[in-house]
Design a protein around this ligand. Structure first.
Ligand code: ATP
Length: 383
């Protein structure tokens, strides 16, 4: 089965289960993969209809499946994902009087992959992203890219390698006009420009905001606009600095799911690295999680090593340490740390998470939250 067919089947599955919210966004992804302007127009029309009649679920499912039948007949060129598009080896960077130094950092990423970059404030995330984006220099190491076609000049490079900072600049006029301006700079003809722009607006959930100005958009929608503007240029590497900042939890999950899906495009996959403070949300969509502490690099691949096979559990409870120690007395508990707010319990590797949960339940322990963080980068934060 081709990847296109696979993505199409996934969308059928969503609609068969009446799960239209994520299903519709994935339908638009499949539509975009066709690069077929007729399909784009139908997808745009359907988006407009959906926004006008938000409660007509049955009709939406039927119309979406009809469109999907047309989409699946269109052959989609599958981009090879084998080669890495960015390779950084032993990058070292220090600022001026050596107050802060980053590295050595080695990273390699292929198109279609998503990497999360996490760490506390001031640990070098922005610095690393800007180095990878060629926005700032580094002192030692090697940085190589292999784009589809070697960039002709700086402008061309900036199309393929895009960094979106945390705070973006103000723009004037309507959201839609600004997006159309991007494509007109690339010489796209007016009719195609309108279609591609509206398709991107639909895909990024900006349909009801397309006539608004910068000052009328919330920060979450400003970020969506920046993404739309960038994606119209079809980048190969996308580096996002804190795209989840200022978003509520639901909006964070939605944008991450969108980013993952967009990065996984069949004919135009993107290598995506995003920094964030939202560790758990980012972990869910990331192929690799990079953790920076005082500029030092770690990633979650080392959590799979045998010597790291402890069971580590984060527990938020109003109960006392004594009560927890009593509950865990028959387990091989190595240590129980209190991090101000939550406990972190370290058990030997043969302990099972479900047994610990049962013991807590049997002792009628009041629990606010419990999470197995054994293979989460969260371990690096709590250690
Ligand atoms: N241009 C600069 N000159 C000197 N020091 C800098 C410069 N930019 C950043 N730093 C220092 O480098 C360190 C890392 O900063 P950086 O912005 O990369 O961290 P970060 O992890 O992105 O932080 P945050 O999450 O707060 O954005 C900080 O100590 C910062 O003060």
């Amino acid at each position: 089965m081709t990847k296109h067919q696979h993505r199409v089947n996934e969308v059928y599955h969503f609609f068969d289960n009446k799960d239209t919210v994520l299903g519709f966004r994935k339908l638009l992804d499949c539509a975009m993969d066709t690069q077929n302007m007729q399909i784009y127009k139908e997808a745009i029309e359907l988006t407009d209809w959906k926004e006008k009649y938000p409660t007509y679920t049955e009709e939406l499912i039927e119309k979406s499946k009809n469109l999907l039948q047309k989409i699946e007949k269109i052959p989609v060129h599958e981009h090879s994902l084998e080669k890495s598009v960015l390779r950084a080896r032993n990058i070292l960077k220090s600022y001026g009087s050596n107050r802060f130094s980053l590295g050595p950092v080695s990273v390699e990423i292929n198109k279609g992959q998503v990497y999360g970059l996490v760490g506390e404030n001031g640990n070098g995330k922005t610095t690393l992203l800007r180095i990878l984006a060629k926005e700032i220099s580094f002192n030692e190491g090697e940085l190589n890219y292999s784009f589809n076609v070697e960039p002709k000049d700086e402008y061309d490079l900036r199309t393929k390698l895009v960094y979106i900072p945390q705070r973006t600049e103000k723009w004037y006029g309507s959201l839609k006009d600004n997006l159309k301006f991007v494509l007109s700079n690339y010489g796209v003809k007016p009719e195609e420009n309108e279609t591609r722009t509206l398709m991107m607006i639909a895909r990024l959930g900006l349909w009801n905001y397309k006539h608004l100005k910068w000052s009328e958009l919330s920060s979450g929608y400003k970020m969506r606009f920046e993404l739309a503007r960038t994606l119209l240029r079809q980048p190969e590497i996308l580096l996002l600095d804190e795209p989840l900042a200022n978003l509520d939890v639901l909006a964070q999950q939605v944008i991450l799911e969108d980013l993952k899906s967009i990065a996984n495009s069949v004919n135009n996959p993107i290598a995506l690295i995003l920094s964030s403070q939202q560790l758990y949300e980012v972990e869910k969509v990331s192929d690799k999680v990079i953790f920076l502490k005082n500029g030092q690099y770690k990633d979650n691949s080392e959590l799979q090593n045998a010597e790291n096979s402890h069971l580590i559990i984060e527990i938020d409870t109003p109960e006392s340490r004594e009560k927890l120690l009593e509950v865990f007395k028959d387990f091989n508990l190595e240590k129980l740390n209190f991090n101000g707010g939550v406990y972190v319990a370290y058990f030997s590797s043969e302990t099972e998470f479900y047994d610990v949960i049962s013991a807590l339940g049997n002792a009628r322990t009041e629990l606010v939250y419990i999470r197995n963080i054994s293979s989460s980068t969260r371990r690096f934060f709590v250690n």
